[in-house]
Design a protein around this ligand. Structure first.
Ligand code: NAP
Length: 282
């Protein structure tokens, strides 16, 4: 009997050529013996919804969504998971038998799984998140459910950070939740400082004081590879050598999407090892 055609999946973004997702899902498929293909599709601003319907109609079984379409994916999904509703952004889409589009956000759970890998428990800890964009929105629910003592959101545009504090306050009434500007950062040290701004590879570096971290703090940049080095270099110079880029989060959020689509959760450790080796030869 001939082999049936593989199920098709893809990531949609703009730009998309740099995406590691096709490589990650190819490794997951190989590991779990799932018969599928995973491509990178360039979305067109202003035409996201039409393109997604067309891709599903042409046979795609599931789509990941990245910058700048996560909010549009949220608006498009007819059925949302609880965590997607809280995040206001969707990175994983699929259709049910009645052709309704479902949306989930796996970024937050991916981040928290990576914290587990790094043996960092958020319970009773002090956390500072730099940035109040879509990524921060995705992280807040699972982080707050972990029960930190305090969580401060610092953003260039303070009103955005304040909006997140209002939107998420009810999830963890016991956590001291606060907002501030990047130029009015509170006195540290924090146990965890997360760079969730889009400054990694841009011209504008964050100007951060050394008191935000101490030797056993964890400094985490959501960006992976070279883009994370400026922030992690700052942390090291400030006396904190415990740093991580966002490659583990990327692999974990992908594994969660794979599990939603295929009903099998791949092992992430070997995939992370392989990618780390491919990216920076470690
Ligand atoms: P976004 O919604 O566009 O938000 C960007 C954030 O960066 C905003 O808080 C913005 O502040 C801030 N920002 C931009 N330029 C800045 C500057 N020059 N100085 C200070 N702050 C600046 O982006 P996002 O979706 O949240 O993504 C943020 C980063 O996380 C991206 O680099 C993305 O690649 C990464 N990410 C990684 C993963 C992973 O799996 N590892 C997953 C999701 C996202 P304003 O509000 O003031 O504009």
């Amino acid at each position: 009997m001939s082999d049936p055609r593989p199920d098709r999946y893809a990531v949609v973004g703009n730009p998309i050529h740099h995406s590691l997702s096709p490589r990650i899902h190819a490794l997951f498929a190989e590991q779990t013996g799932q018969h599928l293909t995973y491509e990178a599709l360039q979305g067109t601003p202003g035409q996201f919804a039409e393109e997604v319907w067309a891709w599903f109609s042409s046979g795609f079984r599931g789509l990941n969504v990245t910058v700048p379409f996560k909010e549009e994916a949220f608006a498009l999904a007819r059925v949302l998971t609880d965590r997607a509703r809280h995040a206001g952004a969707v990175n994983t889409l699929w259709r049910d038998d009645e052709r309704r589009i479902h949306g989930d956000n796996t970024d937050g759970v991916g981040f928290c799984r990576d914290l587990d890998r790094l043996n960092f428990d958020v319970r009773s800890r002090r956390i500072l998140i730099l940035g109040a964009g879509g990524a921060t929105r995705g992280l807040l629910q699972p982080l707050l459910e972990g029960g930190p003592e305090a969580l401060v959101i610092a953003n260039r545009t303070v009103a955005r950070a304040e909006g997140l504090v209002e939107a998420f306050r009810d999830i963890a009434p016991a956590t001291r939740l606060a907002a501030c500007g990047l130029d009015t950062l509170p006195q540290g040290p924090f146990d965890l400082v997360v760079n969730a701004t889009a400054t990694g590879l841009g011209e504008d570096a964050l100007d951060l004081p050394a008191h935000l971290v101490q030797a056993d703090s964890l400094a985490y940049d959501l960006v992976y590879g070279a883009g994370a080095q400026r922030f992690l270099g700052w942390a090291e110079a400030a006396g904190c050598s415990n740093g991580s880029d966002g490659l583990g989060m990327l692999v974990e959020q992908a594994a969660e999407a794979f599990a939603i689509w295929r009903g099998v959760h791949p092992e992430t450790a070997p995939v992370l090892r392989e990618l780390r080796h491919e990216i920076d030869g470690q």
